[in-house]
Design a protein around this ligand. Structure first.
Ligand code: HGY
Ligand code: MN
Ligand code: MN
Length: 419
């Protein structure tokens, strides 16, 4: 592969990965899909071009590894702790091409740049298979498997077509009862260092191409169900109605009111109504709720207020309110040693004397799972107008070039520190 490890190569690979989509008109690549398999195949080849031996683990994550002396080595080879670089390859519906994918491709490029450099640790690159949780609800499934946090209760989560996670595993060629084999031994890990677009406006507002992450916001996700009575839109006077959609609409605006009064964030991303006919009063409304906060306590306090509001609205409108939690991940503080390495990498790459900027990430990342087994650090890249989870997601090639230098320098700074 010509130019491997260059900015042009990185940008072109992110473009390549947009080919592996479930839709011809938009980018959508979910866990255990044919597109997931195709993306893994493409990334595996690029890892091998970068001098890594590769393997798909028992949860569908794609890994590459080289030993400390630079020789290709089977991923998860015990005995030589590894620094893991990487991000995720799955997407939200109608996604941008950099959320996740840029981090995986940058990690491969850094591995190539260091292929002839002896390090005090092995180097691994991972493409996690399900950070978004788009298909089954629970997010971070790939990194939860890698960090030994798989919960058997997840097997029965089903996608929109009713295919359970267990069934999807089998169809993908994975063995559900072997998912535990993906768990990495903490003793075999030096740390997890991810590069990712900021997915927010701060770096652009500060006029900076890069920053380091201090903490990643903790997240919880729910399905909220409001049940009333489906009735004739003409024959049912208002006094007799138990309209699930009107009650849900009140709840949606109440959720925003409550969240705006805190420093947490709440989003209702999807609302489905049954039976969904123009002349039938909705009998059932199902909403998704995404909650995240600077602290888990703040996030959880907001949830208690939202649940209380749901109960109040249900009582007032004669409907029922139920909730199911589908995902929870703790706020994660990045390790000082990795923060120092990333900050020194940024300082070297941007040749500035000013202190690199540290910022918290309201966006979730695989580091929230990997933090259970190893130190976590993140390098953020500026993205235009903070846009993400949208096809207009954009990074400047110049910023990617600086990130390549900073990411490489961060690995070398850590090597020097540890070596
Ligand atoms: O939802 C998030 O914050 C991440 O993009 N999965
Ligand atoms: Mn995302
Ligand atoms: Mn992401």
């Amino acid at each position: 592969m010509t130019g491997i490890g260059t900015t042009e190569w990185v940008m072109a690979r992110c473009d390549d990965l947009t080919r592996h989509s479930a839709r011809p008109d938009a980018l959508e690549r979910v866990y255990l899909s044919p597109e997931h398999s195709a993306a893994n195949t493409a990334v595996r080849a690029w890892m091998q071009d970068a001098g890594l031996d590769t393997e798909t683990d028992a949860a569908g994550n794609i890994w590459g590894r080289r030993a400390a002396d630079g020789t290709p080595q089977r991923p998860a080879t015990p005995g030589e702790p590894a620094l893991v670089l990487g991000s995720h390859l799955d997407t939200v519906p109608d996604a941008g091409r950099y959320d996740g994918m840029l981090g995986v491709v940058l990690a491969i490029a850094v591995a190539h740049r260091l292929r002839d450099t002896v390090l005090p640790f092995a180097l691994e690159v991972v493409g996690f298979s399900d950070e978004e949780g788009t298909r089954f609800g629970k997010a971070l499934l790939g990194s939860c498997a890698a960090s030994g946090q798989w919960d058997p209760a997840w097997w029965d989560q089903a996608d929109a077509a009713g295919v359970t996670l267990r069934e999807a595993f089998l169809r993908f060629g994975l063995a559900p009862d072997r998912v535990g084999d993906a768990a990495r031994n903490p003793a075999d890990l030096v740390g997890y260092l991810e590069a990712h677009i900021e997915q927010g406006p701060v770096l652009e507002a500060e006029g900076l191409p890069l920053g380091y992450v201090t903490t990643i916001a903790g997240a919880r996700r729910f399905v909220l169900t409001v049940t009333g009575e489906a009735r004739h839109a003409g024959g049912t006077p208002f006094a007799r109605r138990r309209d699930a959609l009107v009650a849900a609409a009140h709840l949606v605006t109440r959720i925003e009111e409550l969240a705006r009064a805190t420093d947490s964030l709440a989003t209702v991303g999807d609302l489905r109504v049954e039976p969904g006919a123009v002349n039938v009063i909705p009998g059932r409304a199902e909403l998704t709720l995404d909650l995240r906060g600077r602290t888990d306590a703040g996030r959880d306090a907001l949830w208690e207020q939202i649940a209380a509001a749901g109960r109040e609205i249900a009582a007032a409108r004669g409907v029922t309110f139920e909730h199911t939690e589908t995902h929870r991940a703790p706020s994660t503080t990045c390790a000082p040693q990795l923060i120092d390495a990333v900050a020194s990498g940024i300082a070297e790459a941007t040749a500035t004397t000013s202190e690199p900027l540290g910022l918290w990430s309201p966006a979730g990342h695989d580091g929230m799972a990997m933090g259970a087994v190893t130190d976590v650090g993140m390098l953020f890249l500026r993205c235009r107008d903070g846009i993400s989870h949208h096809p207009d997601e954009h990074v400047d090639a110049a910023d990617v070039g600086v990130a390549l230098e900073a990411y490489t320098a961060a690995v070398l700074a850590l090597a020097k520190e540890i070596g």
